[in-house]
Design a protein around this ligand. Sequence first.
Ligand SMILES: NC(=O)c1ccc[n+]([C@@H]2O[C@H](COP(=O)([O-])OP(=O)(O)OC[C@H]3O[C@@H](n4cnc5c(N)ncnc54)[C@H](O)[C@@H]3O)[C@@H](O)[C@H]2O)c1
Length: 446
Amino acid sequence: MKNKIVERREFLKSAAAGMGFFILPSGSLLGANAPSNKLNVAMIGTWGRADAHFGAISSENVVALCDVNEEHIAHAANKFPKAKTYIDWRKCLEQKDIDAVICCTPDHTHAFIANWAMNRDMHVYCEKPLGNTVEEARIVRAAYLKKRNKLATQTGTQRHAKPNFERVRELVRDGAIGELTDCYAWGDRQIRRKGYPAAQGDPPKHLHYDLWIGPSPFHPYNPEYFAGGPGMNCLSWNMYWDFGSGQVGDMGSHTIDLVWNAIDADLPTTAEGEGQEFNPEVTPVELHTSFDIPKNDWRGPVRVHWYQGGMMPRSPRGYVDLNKIGHGAMFKGTKGYVICDFDSRILIPFGDDADLTYHNRRSKDKIIPPLGHFQREWVDACKGDLKTHCDFDYGGSAIEMMLLGLVAYRVGKKLDYDPAAGRVKNSDEANALLSREYRPGWTLNG
Ligand SMILES: NC(=O)c1ccc[n+]([C@@H]2O[C@H](COP(=O)([O-])OP(=O)(O)OC[C@H]3O[C@@H](n4cnc5c(N)ncnc54)[C@H](O)[C@@H]3O)[C@@H](O)[C@H]2O)c1
């Protein structure tokens, strides 16, 4: 998937330069930066994480702002005073002039908003994770794949723009550790809760609490859900099953991206999970999931592992304390290891014959080019060749695997997965957990 994107980009760049003209998408009349070629953007979720997007879209037309909290709408309306405002994203998406949507709402609404927007032919940037269940991830990905020739999408894993992601990919791809066999990613964030908070007080007037609950089963208001600072409030609700997937969808989305970017993976054929005792209200803190990923055209089959909450892979050498890497990844090959975090990496050749002669080091001109500004890549793609690094195919398959791991953990046995059908072959119980029920009146595919 990924290498094709890079190859195509490089081709487009050099072809356009060589021929002395710009390549424009069909339907685009002027160059991407021409004033009349601004995108009409809707922001759904206008505070918190939304702030991280204000810069990239300040040169576009922000035509709609939607939030269930009227004070949060006012926060964004200060910056984008011409936009129409909404409290219900379903009404917002009826606005006819919207080209593109940025979704920064809580996780349990992501798949809905992304899907409804794509159904209306709108480009979508959706904060991670793309869904709360395997089914949601699959539906979003499928909706994108049907329209990939006309829509640009980006999953909100902006750390992907860090150059270290590609340096890690190059080490693995160019054989620095021999044949790749195993990949590990982990995160140490631990937020412990016992269960949904009990009813407390009434929602303030400016908060439309029932819309905040949206498609999820109703839970009574408690100010605890809203106690976090901007961009951190997700840590007040994302551990509850009805609102998030805990660290799987939170830092897991970012950290598994280090692995996903390096291995050109397809969906897994098996999933296993272990961890702390199951709590029907709260997602696990301690968790280890693992998957069989089929071979592709440049590597054999690999095992992929995700660890969180203190569960960790073993370090290959005592002098490397993996616990000191809060969020990291490790790649094991027949001739060594690459260990990394988001910004740096180390290579440990392993064994008496690990002399690196097999490392097919690329020359400077073959280094994978920098992605640039992550949010801006999507804005430009909406107006250009539609290509982004973390489209909903890439981001959707990564989170589908991660969420399948949570199902395996809940069922407590090794699952045989049919990735084409999105069904578990050996457990009805697991199949029932691939999706969740929505409150009456909410449909995922509207
Ligand atoms: N990419 C990153 O590094 C990163 C960082 C932080 C958060 N996030 C993601 O961003 C999302 C938002 O996180 P946050 O901490 O800003 O959460 P938050 O609880 O502050 O919610 C963000 C905004 O969405 C609004 N909102 C809630 N429900 C809504 C609905 N149904 N329709 C419209 N608006 C609604 C809230 O009122 C708030 O203004 C999460 O999914 C989180 O995973 C990503």
